[in-house]
Write a protein that binds this ligand. Structure first.
Ligand SMILES: *Cc1c(COP(=O)(O)O)cnc(C)c1O
Length: 389
């Protein structure tokens, strides 16, 4: 039997070994890494809310109610702030109800394994997030995966493999490693036509996309066509946790059936209050300005990369992959950029398919345009020496 150490050595030999980098101090557009100030180009803190004064103040207010909730939601861990946050999220998404989960991972595994089971069918984009895949496996429903954004393939599966019970179509709104967007308009049509539920995981659209930051479904004009809006509070909204926003019936069902909701101590008040503050901010003038700054930054950065000849893999959002291919070259690219003061992670299997390793750059509203221009130029220079372009 192989030892753990031998398997780890194998990962190293394949260029697939992973380790953590430690950031000193706050999460900002620049961070301190190993005693050096570097440009942060790989955070999902898209609006810069994770160190925003209003969210910090809300956390202090929340902490006045204690540091822990002491129990799971159905025991004694439902505090007034949970209810307030859920009412705010339901209003934000235009649904009857919403439920807060402790993380996006917990939300997806809990929601999917509750809504479908043996004899039911799940239809899932091949590039959906790992937590969706895990939720599908946990559910024991038939798990059908269609090629990325291929609506003809989705329709074929719905027609030929209808299953004998419930049908659930599930997709990322913004795909987390590619930065492109699900064709939600067609998906809403297919869900209606084939009597399926449609669930959208908008971890990367929430707070960011659409005229008022409601996310991918707002951008594509299909807010009412989505049955289960899942989103996270720890990325664009700068806090922690996640939610399902849906009909009162579905939320009531999840309270009774979603195991990650039922069997886990609920989020503490110091985490709930900043999420409420973040929703206020998204709806404020400042929120609108942050979204405008973000999209201007994205256009600037992508424009420079395109001129340099990089393949950004069809990105339509603030997630900007730079295609490299092999794992080793990707990690070398990332390492040389860090030497130049730019922190961007290489993404390898199993997060992305083998041979499609990439740098995953993420743009923030709080990046200075001049810093992004300089970063794009450095990326172009290093990319040329490594033969990526
Ligand atoms: C990050 C992410 C999750 C998990 O959310 P966490 O709150 O970080 O656990 C789920 N889905 C997608 C698409 C994500 O990018």
């Amino acid at each position: 039997m192989q030892t753990f150490a031998e398997e780890l050595d194998q990962l190293r030999a394949q260029g697939l070994y992973r380790s953590m980098r430690v950031i000193n101090g706050a999460q900002g557009s620049h961070v301190e890494l190993d005693g050096r100030r570097v440009l942060l180009l790989c955070s999902n803190n898209y609006l810069g809310l994770a160190d925003h004064a209003a969210l910090r103040r809300a956390a202090v207010f929340g902490a006045a109610l204690g540091t822990g909730s002491g129990a799971s939601r159905l025991v004694s861990g439902t505090m007034a702030l949970h209810v307030e946050l859920e009412e705010r999220i339901a209003r934000f998404k235009g649904t009857e109800k919403a439920l807060v989960f402790n993380s996006g991972y917990a939300a997806n595994t809990g929601i999917i394994s509750a809504l479908v089971g043996r004899g039911d069918a799940i239809y899932s984009d091949k590039l959906n997030h790992a937590s969706i895949v895990d939720g599908a496996l946990l559910s024991r429903a038939d798990f059908h995966r269609y090629p990325h954004r291929d609506m003809a393939a989705l329709e074929r599966l719905l027609r030929e493999k209808p299953g004998s019970g419930r049908r659930l179509i599930v997709t990322d709104g913004v795909f987390s490693m590619d930065g492109d967007i699900a064709p939600l308009q067609q998906m809403v049509q297919l869900a209606r036509q084939y009597d399926a539920l449609l669930m959208v995981d908008d971890a990367h659209g929430t707070g960011v996309l659409g005229a008022t930051g409601r996310g991918t479904a707002e951008l594509l004009g299909v807010m009412d066509g989505v049955d289960i809006h899942m989103g996270t509070l720890g990325k664009g909204l700068g806090s922690c946790g996640a939610y399902a926003a849906a009909s009162a019936e579905i939320c009531e069902y999840l309270v009774n059936k979603a195991r990650s909701f039922i069997f886990s101590t609920s989020l503490p008040p110091a985490v709930l209050a900043p999420s409420i503050a973040a929703l206020d901010l998204v709806d404020s003038r400042e929120g609108k300005e942050l979204r405008e700054r973000l999209s201007a930054n994205v256009a600037l950065f992508k424009g420079r990369l395109a001129v340099a000849g990089f393949d950004t893999m069809g990105s339509e959002t603030q997630i900007v992959p730079i295609f490299v291919g092999p794992a080793e070259a990707t990690m070398q690219f990332s390492k040389e950029l860090l030497d130049e003061g730019i922190f961007v992670q290489g993404i390898r299997p199993p997060t992305v398919p083998a041979g499609s390793c990439r740098l995953r750059c993420t743009i923030m509203a709080t990046h200075e345009p001049a810093d992004l221009e300089a970063a794009a130029d450095t990326i172009a220079r290093v990319g040329k020496t490594l033969g990526v372009v």
